[in-house]
Write a protein that binds this ligand. Structure first.
Ligand SMILES: Nc1nc2c(c(=O)[nH]1)N(C=O)[C@@H](CNc1ccc(C(=O)N[C@@H](CCC(=O)O)C(=O)O)cc1)CN2
Ligand SMILES: Nc1ncnc2c1ncn2[C@@H]1O[C@H](COP(=O)(O)OP(=O)(O)OP(=O)(O)O)[C@@H](O)[C@H]1O
Length: 242
């Protein structure tokens, strides 16, 4: 969606060349601002490249900082049914949260590519005994063949919290993912009244941008937790020391 001229000018001034900078002010070519789709593709590529350049020690530190914040997050402390993801493509790794959640009596679910449906997700319970298979993107997911997931699948609306992978986010709670529209389709129902989970994005700080181009189908996040901060759109958010 197009931004107001002042915002567009500010963004254009902040343009920095692809892959060279980890500054959060990165933005694609100003000439691409009129083409939200090309915009998203360029941005996705840049941000995937950025997080892919993090070193192993940077990742370890980021993971620890993220976990520290998550373990104090009020909504997570209250939640019983929580969706997480197994990291892929340089995403921030919160897998160590599984044990911690399970010890607290919470239940953890993983996304499964829904068979015979266009890019949407099931959420299937995950514990030490859950058989996993590799999906078409090479990401491990609970095995649902032969009905192995019967009784272990929860409808998306019944989850308390969804911890979402993302490629980019901004202060307003906008998110872009890998580009399949899986999470957007699976949580489109949150636009309507009714029970719904809190949607919380997990990210490396370098995935933050000043403002994302938002599409009609994008589902806004309730919060984003990174190794650096907790972003709560619509309020004064947690700062670097939170
Ligand atoms: N860890 C994790 N799990 C997840 C997601 C995710 O973003 N991260 N998803 C969130 O939606 C779903 C999977 N979506 C994905 C969409 C595209 C690609 C991907 O690698 N695309 C390649 C092209 C691959 C191909 O078509 O063969 C690419 O863009 O380079 C990966 C996952 C469900 N599970
Ligand atoms: N609720 C929806 N209904 C129909 N089509 C959708 C919906 N959400 C997304 N799409 C389609 O999916 C495509 C990819 O969407 P988008 O680029 O927003 O994905 P993404 O948020 O980056 O990916 P993901 O959610 O899988 O991490 C878009 O081209 C859009 O047409």
């Amino acid at each position: 969606m197009l931004k107001p001229p002042a915002a567009r000018a500010a963004l254009a001034n902040h343009y920095s060349p692809p892959s060279l900078s980890r500054d959060v002010t990165l933005w694609p070519l100003s000439s691409e601002l009129d083409h939200p789709t090309a915009d998203r593709r360029a941005l996705r590529r840049l941000l995937r490249q950025r997080r892919g350049q993090l070193t192993a020690p940077e990742r370890r530190n980021a993971e620890q900082a993220l976990l520290r914040r998550l373990k104090r997050l009020p909504e997570l402390l209250r939640a019983r049914d929580i969706a997480l993801y197994l990291p892929n493509d340089g995403e921030i790794d919160a897998t160590r949260l599984c044990r911690w959640l399970q010890r607290r009596g919470a239940r953890v679910y993983l996304p499964v590519l829904r068979p015979f449906a266009v890019n949407s997700l099931w959420f299937v319970r995950y514990d030490d005994h859950t058989p996993l298979v590799s999906n078409r993107f090479g990401i491990a997911e609970p095995d649902t063949r032969f009905g192995a997931h019967k009784g272990r699948r929860l409808p998306a609306w019944a989850l308390d919290i969804v911890l979402m992978p993302l490629v980019g986010f901004d202060e307003a709670g906008a998110r872009i993912g890998m580009g399949g529209g899986f999470y957007d389709r699976s949580f489109g129902f949150t636009r309507r009244a009714g029970p719904r989970p809190r949607l919380i994005g997990l990210a490396h700080h370098c995935q933050k941008v000043p403002a994302l181009p938002v599409q009609a189908w994008d589902i806004p996040l309730d919060a984003i937790v990174s190794d650096r901060e907790i972003v709560r759109p619509g309020r004064r958010h947690g700062n670097a020391s939170s």
